[in-house]
Design a protein around this ligand. Structure first.
Ligand SMILES: Nc1ncnc2c1ncn2[C@@H]1O[C@H](COP(=O)(O)OP(=O)(O)OP(=O)(O)O)[C@@H](O)[C@H]1O
Ligand SMILES: [Mg+2]
Length: 224
């Protein structure tokens, strides 16, 4: 399988109290299609920063990011965000005044990717696939458990038919059993749906379940 996301000589620093702290230092790495990666690294090493940059939410001060061999700046960051990536957050970040199924449907309106017309049914089916039955799908998301909300967030990520799914500590608020279930879903997305999954985690259990483990340390990414 080929490279889907290539990071080339990325540099990034924060200015903090007049002092410059370099977070990414000539960081280069290639992520392959259809694999489930975990990114590990000490607190403050820049994992969340790196996810923001590879999501096109922030830009590196120098270096390039290629999605399917195309520079994402040339592709347009807005396009890249709409059509190529989805993010799953530790806090789920669902829309509280909408039901689970509506949360998934909304994502389908925010992409130019070709999707089936019958968005409501597609959303129900996706949710059901991840264990959210119809009665739960119709509840406001705040009335679901943390594990259920994270399943909704994953269904939402999948709904827009993007190739890359990023997650920042997606099981940070969940118990161990639920964590295992959520990680099994990420594995399924990579292996059965061909998605490339990049999950930032502090959990060794999560890392052990992934195909590739990558360490962010001293501004660089290295395979473990
Ligand atoms: N907007 C900002 N301005 C200044 N410094 C920042 C900013 N955002 C993050 N930092 C600093 O950059 C460093 C890396 O932060 P980042 O959040 O990427 O780390 P992390 O690896 O995700 O850590 P954790 O595992 O604790 O989530 C930290 O020292 C942080 O304080
Ligand atoms: Mg972080």
């Amino acid at each position: 399988m080929g490279t889907i996301l290539k990071l080339e000589n990325l540099n990034y620093s924060y200015i903090d109290g007049g002092y410059e702290r370099q977070i990414l230092k000539d960081l280069s790495y290639e992520f392959e299609e259809g694999k489930f990666y975990t990114v590990l690294g000490p607190s403050g090493s820049g994992k969340t920063t790196l996810l923001s940059i590879i999501s096109g939410l922030d830009t590196a001060s120098s270096g390039k990011i290629y999605f399917n061999n195309q520079d994402i700046e040339e592709l347009g960051l807005h396009n890249y965000r709409r059509n190529s990536i989805a993010i799953v957050f530790q806090q789920y970040n669902l829309i509280g005044y909408l039901s689970a199924v509506e949360n998934v449907e909304v994502a389908m309106c925010e992409t130019d990717n070709k999707l089936p017309k019958d968005t409501r049914n597609v959303a129900y089916n996706l949710l059901e696939r991840f264990g959210i039955v119809r009665t739960k799908a119709e509840r406001l998301v705040g009335q679901l458990s943390g594990g259920e909300q994270q399943r909704v967030a994953i269904a939402r990520a999948l709904a827009s038919n993007v190739d890359l799914i990023f997650a920042d500590e997606p099981t940070g608020n969940l118990d161990t059993a639920t964590e295992q279930e959520i990680i099994a879903i990420f594995k399924e997305l990579a292996h059965d749906f061909g998605k490339t999954i990049i999950v930032v985690t502090h959990s060794n259990t999560v890392a052990e379940m992934s195909d590739n483990r990558v360490l962010l340390r001293d501004g660089k990414l290295n395979s473990l």
